[in-house]
Write a new protein. Sequence first.
Length: 67
Amino acid sequence: MLLVFGRKQESSDKETGPLEHPKPPLPAENGRFRQVTDVAFDPAGNAFISDGYINSRVAKVDRNGNW
């Protein structure tokens, strides 16, 4: 394991339950992912993280974890 950007809720977590979709949606927060949908990598080692349901963005992180 080289980098961790967050983790999915697990059954032992107190707040585990179905993900909610508040209306209106929660505002985007820099440095925080909300319901990541996928991760892709390019040949240079950059990671592209699609954070699509609430933040509606694609975050790019280099091989060292820098935004």
